[in-house]
Design a protein around this ligand. Structure first.
Ligand code: SF4
Ligand code: SF4
Length: 243
């Protein structure tokens, strides 16, 4: 048994196909919006929240989120900032989600999760068609189980495309930057790394105008930050700083 399969089984996840069915009906009890410290936002989630409240992504980040460097990924992580002893999501008001129509993908997809299965050599191909998207069903032990859905229909209902260009670019950008950040952190001072992490955060999460198209600007920001970090990787400077 390989470790990923073992992990999925330990966590109670089951693999599920796009046209397979699962039984779930949310009774909107709000219990999944408290005792939560794991609602991570992608740049598109933060943009959607900012647009909903007609504020800048920076204001949305400051008001509702906190950031840290991922323990294993060494990548800047943005999560909704839990409130008080019950660790309530800051977007839960009167037991209702304030951003229900644009809720973060992780909330919208629940109880389904999605991942990109990389080829055996682990390299990220340029062509998205070479990657297969996998889905998992996380038995939620909530709701009343009165509805049956396919994964395809579930995603459609929440306006999440099955052929999701954004998901591919975001996963690729994260995977490529994570690899480079591990290398850079071995050779650069903490002060320089903080500068690099903040540059990545600003570029991928904050540098948007909410009145303009998200995907176009996201693609441009991703290309630019990847080009910048890849240029850094070709310089000798990182190696010399700690010597
Ligand atoms: S997903 Fe489950 S816990 Fe969350 S509101 Fe719906 S029924 Fe309640
Ligand atoms: S964003 Fe909405 S659905 Fe997600 S945890 Fe917060 S209140 Fe609940």
């Amino acid at each position: 048994m390989n470790s990923i399969k073992e992990l999925k089984e330990q966590l109670g996840y089951e693999e599920i196909g796009l046209d397979d069915t699962f039984t779930f009906h949310c009774t909107q009890c709000g219990k999944c919006c408290i005792h939560r410290e794991d609602i991570l936002l992608s740049p598109k989630d933060l943009f959607n929240i900012a647009k909903k409240f007609e504020i800048t992504p920076k204001a949305a980040l400051t008001q509702y989120c906190e950031t840290y460097i991922g323990c294993n990924s060494r990548f800047p992580v943005v999560r909704l900032k839990p409130q008080g002893r019950i660790k309530r999501c800051p977007l839960l008001k009167n037991q209702k989600c304030m951003v229900h129509d644009v809720k973060p993908a992780v909330c919208a997809m629940f109880p389904i999760g999605r991942y990109l299965a990389l080829p055996a050599d682990g390299a990220f191909p340029e062509n998205p068609e070479k990657l297969s998207v996998g889905y998992i069903f996380n038995n939620p032990e909530c709701g009343d189980g009165s509805e049956t859905h396919t994964v395809r229909e579930w995603f459609h209902n929440f306006d999440i495309p099955v052929e999701d260009e954004y998901f591919f670019t975001w996963t690729k950008t994260q995977a490529t930057l994570c690899k480079h950040l591990h290398f850079l952190e071995e050779h650069l001072s903490e002060k320089t790394m903080i500068l690099i992490w903040n540059t990545i955060l600003i570029s991928l999460y904050l540098d948007y105008n909410i009145t303009e198209d998200f995907q176009t600007k996201f693609q441009q920001n991703s290309d630019e930050i990847l080009a910048l970090i890849e240029t850094m990787m070709t310089l000798n400077t990182p190696v010399s700083e700690k010597e």
